[in-house]
Design a protein around this ligand. Structure first.
Ligand code: 13P
Length: 254
């Protein structure tokens, strides 16, 4: 059965003390997760070890990196490898966030390399896709997202594909307060699942978690997550507010 996931993406926010306090405020609520539910905190690199020591993996709470580099090791000053993440016990990594594609010029090929390195090091990629506003206005969003998935994921085997989590994050909804409607989210998630079904078969497609991201809040999470193909959310702004993120965790489908 596919997992229902509430994932926090803290992005480049919070000092060490504030990060520790936020994590503690969320964890002290002790929201019990069903076996098919997960909570993942994607935190800045310097906080990975602190955050990892705070969560109980057996209870379904895990830590993710927000990125890793597309080479295994070597003279790449300032970069962090998937192997390094594995060596500190990190099991998830966000790959291909639209902010990385836009501000750091990450290409589809580079993202395919990152996905491969994560999988080689037993890290499950949270692979992001999603269209900009002009593409949605042209009505070309389905083809656009399909191309993103094909370009960076279709080289994977079935077994590998089952270790990838998808996050659909329409760029026009990120940090704008303009959430996709639950109908728009469901339409795209169903399309994404059909793209995987055509390539890998229904069984694989039905076992891939597809998260929605873009202005998810405590107040709209339950409606979004109620849709059959929306398996949780990747949350930016609202994940920085403990009460909001706790509400989002509680909104996961059971
Ligand atoms: P917001 O929730 O702030 O819109 O950000 C979404 C996002 O980019 C999560 O990765």
């Amino acid at each position: 059965m596919r997992k229902q996931i509430a994932a926090a993406n803290w992005k480049m926010n919070l000092t060490y003390g504030a990060a520790e306090a936020l994590l503690n405020d969320i964890l002290k609520e002790q929201v019990a997760l069903a076996p098919d539910q997960k909570v993942i905190f994607a935190v800045p690199f310097p906080y990975l070890i602190m955050a990892k020591s705070g969560v109980e993996e057996e209870q379904g709470y895990s830590i993710a990196a927000q990125n890793c580099y597309s080479k295994s090791s070597g003279a790449y000053t300032g970069e962090v490898s998937a192997e390094m993440l594995q060596s500190i016990g990190i099991k998830y990594c966000v790959i291909g966030h639209s902010e990385r594609r836009e501000y750091f010029g990450e290409s589809a090929e580079m993202l395919a390399e990152k996905v491969d390195l994560c999988l080689q090091h037993e890290i499950e990629p949270v692979f992001c896709c999603g269209e900009a506003l002009n593409i949605r206005e042209e009505g070309a969003q389905n083809n656009y997202v399909q191309t993103q998935l094909e370009a960076s994921l279709f080289h994977l085997t079935e077994d590998q594909m089952l270790k990838v989590i998808i996050a659909y994050e329409p760029i026009w909804a990120i940090g704008t307060g303009k959430t996709a409607s639950s109908v728009q989210a469901q339409e795209m998630h169903a399309h994404i699942r059909s793209v995987f079904a055509a390539k890998y078969g229904d069984e694989v497609a039905n076992n891939i978690s597809i998260l929605y991201g873009g202005s998810v809040k405590g107040s709209n999470a339950a409606e979004l997550f109620s849709k059959p193909d929306v398996d949780g959310g990747l949350v930016g702004g609202a994940s920085l507010v403990a009460t909001d993120f706790v509400e989002i965790i509680k909104a996961l489908k059971r």
